[in-house]
Design a protein around this ligand. Structure first.
Ligand code: PBG
Length: 325
């Protein structure tokens, strides 16, 4: 076995072409999904304060946005809807002409080939901001399931390509799969937010979507950040219920979870580089404290190296520009 001085690991690092030749991890634009916040109304383009460069857009302003996204080579967007009306039953979530169906139609009209993934959850639609219906002060799992199923179906009927439940109710993947199959949407895949933690990294998102719980928090349904075995059980449950792809969320503080899921299941794995992760990078870059481009590429590389196939990230447009340069 060669040892120093015959063995020199630096030999393969001398030139960029050599480094590229032995590179183990690559970020590809074709694996990125760009989240979009769509708001009911017309002519609305509001920047989210804690997420510089990210806007709430009304459906009429989506066409130029999605044309740009498609031109950059990004294959998919993930939609979050902000309705005009919220109520206890989240009725705007499954309205056939609700904000998400409106957005899907606008996008499909402008760029039919762009994949549209929809976030299926009730927190943006309930007056109390929880991800399910509340009965006697608690989020009621089983009563939430049919509402989630109706919501996913409304998205599929409007033309969604993939539905992505993020509510963390038990049994939601099964309920959604059954509802879709019954209406001849057997071909629509489910990307399950399978291991979703109760995380403070969602702070800026909740400002963006107006979905902060009005009482309590989400710890009775989202995973405890201390647990990884339980995350594997969540992933197993969603796969058993019919998930086609699974997700770990957030990404950066959960790289070990991504690796464990990658090693345990042979399903496409997505990781969500969430709003708080984006906000931290943006804030430090604005101060001149970090090199934004290098930091973002290093973060996304780490998420890929941990085992993610797909990355959902607010940096997707910037990354595509950098990679296309
Ligand atoms: C909705 C949902 C959330 C996020 C994605 N879907 C917020 C939450 O669970 O509170 C967070 C995304 C982000 O922070 O970028 N349930």
């Amino acid at each position: 076995m060669a040892v120093f001085p015959q063995l020199r690991l630096r030999r393969l690092r001398r030139k960029e072409a050599l480094r590229a030749l032995v590179r183990e991890t690559d970020i590809k634009v074709s694996n990125l999904i760009y989240p979009l916040f769509v708001v009911e109304g017309r002519g609305i383009r509001q920047e989210i304060e804690s997420m510089p460069g990210i806007f709430r857009l009304s459906p009429d302003l989506l066409p130029p946005e999605v044309e740009e996204i498609a031109k950059l080579g990004i294959p998919a967007v993930l939609l979050f809807g902000i309705p005009q009306q919220k109520d206890e039953a989240a009725s705007a979530a499954y309205h056939p002409e609700g904000i998400i169906p409106q957005a899907i139609k606008a996008i499909k009209h402008a760029v039919p080939e762009l994949l549209v993934v929809t976030d299926v959850c009730l927190c943006e639609y309930t007056s109390h901001g929880h991800c399910g219906v509340v009965v006697d002060g608690e989020v009621d799992n089983d009563r939430t399931l049919p509402i989630l199923a109706k919501t996913a179906l409304a998205h599929a009927e409007a033309g969604a390509d993939i539905v992505a439940p993020s509510d963390m109710m038990d049994g939601r993947v099964k309920a959604i799969r059954e509802a879709l199959d019954e209406k001849k949407f057997q071909h629509i895949p489910i990307l399950a937010y399978a291991a979703k933690y109760a995380s403070a990294f969602y702070g800026p998102f909740r400002e963006a979507a107006g979905s902060t719980p009005q009482f309590g928090d989400r710890r009775s349904y989202q995973l405890d950040p201390t647990n990884v075995r339980e995350a594997l059980r969540e992933v197993e449950q969603d796969i058993n219920e019919g998930a086609d792809m699974v997700m770990v969320k957030p990404a950066l503080a959960y790289l070990d979870v991504i690796r464990r899921v990658r090693d345990s299941f042979n399903y496409p794995l997505a990781a969500y580089n969430v709003s708080g992760e984006y906000a931290m990078v943006k804030a430090a870059a604005r101060q001149g404290w970090l090199d934004e481009k290098k930091i973002v590429m290093e973060i996304l590389t780490a998420i890929k190296r941990a085992g993610a196939d797909i990355i959902l990230t607010y940096h997707a447009k910037d990354v595509s520009r950098w990679l296309n340069q």
